[in-house]
Design a protein around this ligand. Structure first.
Ligand code: BV8
Length: 259
């Protein structure tokens, strides 16, 4: 089924869309994804480095990984997939974006209703007190083999303000995400491998609440079987087409109702 045929099957009355987003949306912006060949850095897998154990064992190694990612991010810009989600929000069709990405590109693209469920790489937080600061600048990102210390409590290490494997999600963010998912009637699952929990369970939670699920990916994932439709292709190409056709159908419905 092509995108137009899928849009034809969507009930556009009172559309409330939630997008669940993963690293695939930022691939076209130059950001490496987590799995596959992208997910390796200096012979380490992202999964090994994004853990409290790795940070406790070798904070310098983990900070060097985040600085390597930041050097790429400082040159990255949102792509047409990010802008397509911003357009959905501007048209009043989107409850919000639940993003696993920590790159901040949705906000730069102009989206407002965003839950950064796995945190945000541009901020560092103290391992002892509640100090948080931005560190997304070339000076720090280029300082290899140096650690960041808290200016407030002086000697404590700063860590990236993200959720590592084995760490719980922020309960307030989880609660807000589940609230959106219980209200929505359409979920767009975009550029995620669907293997990281609890976010990987969010689409089926929404489905149980009656939502339709559409997946945007270059390949099938463990989520594909529960999706009502899968749109295979690069999301920076497919999502803008989908959003444009959906908005056209909403506007057509509105003009028919006004006649
Ligand atoms: C928790 C932040 C509990 C850091 C990240 C066994 C079973 C079930 C669960 C577990 C288990 N063992 C352990 C767990 C829990 C674990 C988990 O799910 N592990 C998995 C791997 C088995 N989860 C956790 O630990 C979570 N916490 O469970 O806490 C708890 C409760 C109380 C007390 C203590 C603990 C925390 C998980 C968060 C980890 N942090 N990131 C950082 O970024 O540095 S996760 C990391 O993976 C990123 O956030 C990333 O976004 C996320 C998911 O990956 P994807 O986004 O999907 O990216 P990926 O590369 O995998 O895939 C990219 C996709 O894009 C692919 O499908 C590809 O085909 C597609 N694609 C590529 N290009 C394009 C495209 N699609 C479209 N267009 C393109 N152009």
């Amino acid at each position: 089924m092509n995108i137009s045929e899928i849009v034809e099957k969507i009930d556009v009355e009172r559309l409330k869309i939630v997008s669940i987003v993963g690293a695939g949306i930022s691939k076209a912006s130059g950001m490496p994804t987590f799995r596959g060949e992208d997910g390796m850095w200096d012979n380490y897998s992202a999964m090994e480095l994004a853990t409290p154990q790795a940070f406790a064992k070798d904070p310098q190694l983990v900070w060097n990984w985040y600085k390597a990612r930041m050097r790429i991010l400082l040159e990255a810009k949102p792509n047409n997939a990010h802008f397509a989600l911003t357009e959905l929000e501007e048209e009043g069709l989107s409850l919000g974006i639940i993003t696993q990405n920590v790159d901040g590109l949705h906000e730069i693209a102009g989206s407002k209703n965003i839950i950064e469920i796995h945190g945000r790489i541009r901020y560092a937080r103290c391992t002892s007190c509640n100090h948080i600061q931005r560190w997304d600048n070339h000076k720090i990102a280029n300082e290899r083999d140096s650690l960041l210390y808290c200016p407030k409590c002086k000697n404590s290490l700063l860590r990236p303000d993200v959720v590592w494997f084995g760490e719980p999600l922020d309960p307030l963010k989880s609660e807000k995400a589940l609230d959106w998912l219980s209200q929505c009637n359409l979920v767009l699952v975009i550029g995620t491998s669907g293997v990281v929990y609890p976010v990987a369970s969010f689409p089926s939670f929404a489905k149980k609440s009656g939502a339709k699920i559409i997946e945007f990916n270059i390949e099938s994932t463990p989520l594909t079987p529960i999706c009502d439709f899968s749109i295979f292709g690069k999301c920076e190409e497919t999502l803008p087409v989908f959003v444009k056709e959906l908005i056209r159908k909403v506007e057509k419905r509105k003009s028919e109702k006004n006649e």
